[in-house]
Ligand binder design. Structure first.
Ligand SMILES: Cc1ncc(C[n+]2csc(CCOP(=O)(O)OP(=O)(O)O)c2C)c(N)n1
Length: 512
């Protein structure tokens, strides 16, 4: 193939898979691809200076819009920077297209400048779709499934062609999902729900109302707004689950963040059926575990085995500990306006928001990166989820997670979205580790290292990117914020946080 043919074939492949949005991070080797993409019609192009942000932003775009997105890099370690976001996309079953420019195949294994082993670079995490250079013949693409990351490695020789034609992306169609087979009837007495797109929550809510089993739902399940489900939704999350004695659990959406779910590993007698868009069961045990594709949901015949499992309900005392971390989640939930989109960071925010759901306003949507539970790329993913949302967009994130992604605000200048609220819960390190029982007995110096304790402020970060900044301990400062992007730094009271958790984590004694 000539270079022009390789580029045409590459762009046609993106059209074939329904890509209409790309995130590019430029170098010289991918300049011909960039020129062709910019000369194309019907394509939204985001422009990044580095690849990690580009890829995590793409994850955010796919998560909310549910369309494939491509990320385009130059050769060498630039391509390798895509790995963490690719892993996240893999575990969320998102159609991320990795388009990496490369030197010709004859350079492989030579150690020549910017010639690394790019083919199959992403291992199991991205299916190789092509590895094309001048020695290859043109091919036609037949594959259509769009539920995983794919890698297209495109080898371009010098002189690099810059006068290349684009293509028309406006006709790109999302490939259809495979026809779903009808699942066998299903009996379950407890529902766990996490990580569902609001449209999926809407789809499954009538089924759950009919089933009548208790539902323990994380914020990210997006189930809390449904009136019919209110009698079934059990408050208290993890604590309520400790009182549960189910025989058959139906898990919906992403893998839950509760300890109780991890402990199910050892409880092989409890049957688990997963109904999820990802192919993963979220449990290492195979005994008594089944995983159904989300598409089977409309034909699911679901009933309780005579009696639904009974659970105790618990209400956390968040008002009493208003300045604790969970108390702050309640305060934030009260001021986040109806119709906002909220992205929750790993690790504490996603757990703490589960306790504050009673106070959220109608139509608030929650998202999180729970594919691989990383604390990297969260600001970028949030910005991807926000890029085309018309309401307010809130990120609630830990301090170390923020430090991971300091370059993320680069893309804000290209977003037509002023109402970004980035809330950094600055507790001076990775405080999740102070809650892990087995680590509490470590000597103090070891705990300090593991928590990465620090006394950094996020004000200079906001200033660097031209974002408004406020540090506050009064939630009233956050009411009716101006429609400009703002970094909000909150320093919860460590003593209140400690006391809250001590009270909340008392073992649950179930009455006989
Ligand atoms: C990329 C990555 N590195 C390390 C971890 C392990 N890890 C989990 S939570 C955490 C600390 C998070 O600290 P912070 O963002 O301040 O949030 P907090 O725990 O205080 O809520 C770390 C390092 C991870 N999940 N992802």
């Amino acid at each position: 193939m000539t270079q022009a043919q390789i580029i045409q074939q590459t762009l046609s492949t993106l059209v074939h898979f329904g890509v209409r949005e790309v995130c590019i991070a430029a170098g010289a080797r991918n300049a011909p691809l960039i020129a062709a993409l910019l000369a194309s019609k019907g394509l939204k192009v985001w422009n990044f200076f580095e690849e990690r942000n580009a890829a995590f932003f793409a994850v955010g775009r796919m998560m909310t819009e549910r369309n494939p997105v491509a990320v385009v890099t130059t050769s060498g370690t630039a391509a390798a920077e895509l790995l963490p976001a690719t892993i996240e996309a893999y575990y969320q079953s998102l159609p991320l297209f990795l388009l990496t420019a490369d030197r010709p195949k004859s350079y492989r294994g030579s150690g020549a400048p910017q010639a690394i082993e790019q083919f199959r670079l992403f291992g199991v995490y991205a299916q190789p779709l092509g590895d094309w250079d001048a020695t290859d013949d043109p091919i036609e693409m037949y594959e259509t499934r769009n539920d995983r990351p794919r890698h297209l490695n495109v080898c371009l020789d010098e002189p690099l062609e810059t006068n290349v034609a684009g293509v028309d992306f406006s006709g790109a169609q999302k490939p259809q999902a495979d026809e779903a087979k009808s699942p066998p009837p299903l009996e379950c007495d407890l529902v766990l729900a996490s990580g569902m797109h609001p449209a999926d929550a809407q789809e499954v809510a009538p089924l759950l109302a009919k089933l009548g089993a208790p539902i323990v739902a994380e914020a990210t399940s997006n189930l809390h707004g449904f009136r019919d489900l209110q009698p079934l939704l059990i408050s208290g999350g993890e604590r309520a689950l400790q009182s549960a004695r189910p025989t058959h659990v139906l898990r919906l959406g992403a893998v839950p963040s509760w300890r109780w779910w991890r402990d199910l590993e050892e409880q092989a007698k409890i049957r688990v059926t997963n109904l999820t868009r990802s192919a993963f069961s979220g449990l290492a045990r195979a005994e008594n575990v089944a995983t159904l594709p989300w598409e089977t949901m409309p034909s699911l015949q679901c009933s309780t085995p005579g009696e639904a499992c009974s659970l105790l309900r618990f209400e956390p005392e968040l008002e009493k500990f208003a300045q604790s971390e969970p108390g702050w989640m309640r305060q934030l939930a009260q001021v986040i306006p109806a119709g906002s989109r909220v992205f929750l960071g790993n690790s504490l925010p996603i757990r703490e928001m589960n306790l504050a759901l009673q106070t959220t306003k109608p139509g608030v949507e929650f998202f999180a990166n729970r594919g691989a539970n990383g604390i990297d790329g969260l600001v970028s993913t949030f910005l991807g989820t926000s890029a085309t949302h018309h309401g307010e967009c809130w990120l609630i994130i830990g301090d170390l997670s923020t430090l991971y992604d300091l370059a993320a605000p680069w893309i804000i200048a290209q977003m037509d979205h002023p109402k970004l609220r980035i809330v950094v819960i600055n507790n001076g390190g990775g405080k999740i580790f102070s809650r892990v029982n087995s680590l509490r007995t470590l000597p103090e110096p070891a705990r300090a290292v593991i928590e990465n304790r620090h006394s950094l402020s996020f004000e200079p970060w906001a200033q660097m990117w031209g974002l408004e900044y406020v540090q506050t301990d009064d939630v009233h400062d956050l009411v009716d914020l101006l429609p400009v992007p703002i970094v909000i730094e909150i320093r919860p009271d460590p003593l209140q946080t400690e006391t809250f958790w001590r009270d909340w984590q008392k073992p649950v004694i179930r009455p006989r």
